[in-house]
Design a protein around this ligand. Structure first.
Ligand code: SF4
Length: 234
């Protein structure tokens, strides 16, 4: 069906804005790639199960803290069956310092029971299976599928990705779920997994929550929030 002249006119500014955003995203990605090309998941793990458990533990906790508790934890619990058969009271002391340890222990044991029962003790590779496990949302599932199975079904929006994506003007979404959808339309699938790693590295090095170091930041010429620290406290 042919569009009327007025419909064409009305669509132009929107198309232009979308093109501008794509072009801005390309520039930002190039700079991030240059700065953080080797960035990888900072949770120590040797297999998909360890990564899954570590990612569940990392909720409301730093990766460094999780990495402090997992060596002893994974020495005692080696398989999904080990976690599934553990009394909650026995697991809790291993993970206490990561916070929210009652609910984390409960989730880990229940997730492990499902892995044993439904997936023969192996962590499933598909997003739709992972999100059925206790304590696993899209963020955790995206991290596990990318770093353990080299598959990018989406983009993990953690606290760094959420804060910095908004500052960079790539999305104004007010929830991680909406932001992930917007970014999946904006960014090529080939960078979905790496994007979160770039955000984490950038959030630690320059774009901290409370005091971003805009003067040293390599993105300060393309970032609409550069040098507006007093307005960034949200
Ligand atoms: S210029 Fe400032 S606000 Fe923008 S990404 Fe860099 S550190 Fe963050």
């Amino acid at each position: 069906m042919r569009k009327s002249k007025s419909a064409k006119k009305a669509a132009t500014p929107k198309t232009h804005a979308a093109q501008e955003k794509k072009s801005s995203a390309r520039k930002i990605l190039a700079l991030l790639e240059k700065e953080y090309s080797g960035a990888w998941c900072s949770l120590s793990h040797k297999n998909p199960l360890q990564l899954l458990i570590s990612t569940i533990l990392s909720a409301q906790c730093t990766d460094a803290r999780v990495n402090m508790v997992t060596p002893k934890l994974f020495e005692r619990y080696k398989t999904a069956k080990d976690f599934a058969n553990s009394p909650q009271s026995e697991l809790e002391p291993y993970i206490r310092s990561t916070g929210f340890y009652h609910s984390k222990a409960k989730n880990i044991i229940n997730a492990a029971k499902k892995i044993v029962k439904n997936y023969r003790g192996k962590v499933p590779e598909r997003m739709e299976d992972l999100v059925l496990l206790d304590g696993v949302g899209r963020k955790t599932a995206n991290i596990v599928t990318f770093h353990a199975f080299n598959k990018a079904y989406g983009i993990a929006i953690d606290t760094h990705a959420y804060r910095i994506t908004r500052r960079l003007g790539l999305s104004k979404a007010n929830s991680p779920e909406k932001m992930e959808k917007e970014l999946m339309l904006l960014l090529p699938q080939s960078v979905w997994g790496a994007y979160t790693n770039y955000m984490v590295a950038h959030g630690r090095k320059y774009c901290m929550a409370r005091k971003p170091n805009c003067s040293a930041c390599p993105l300060n010429k393309v970032c609409p929030s550069a040098f507006k620290f007093h307005q960034l406290m949200h």
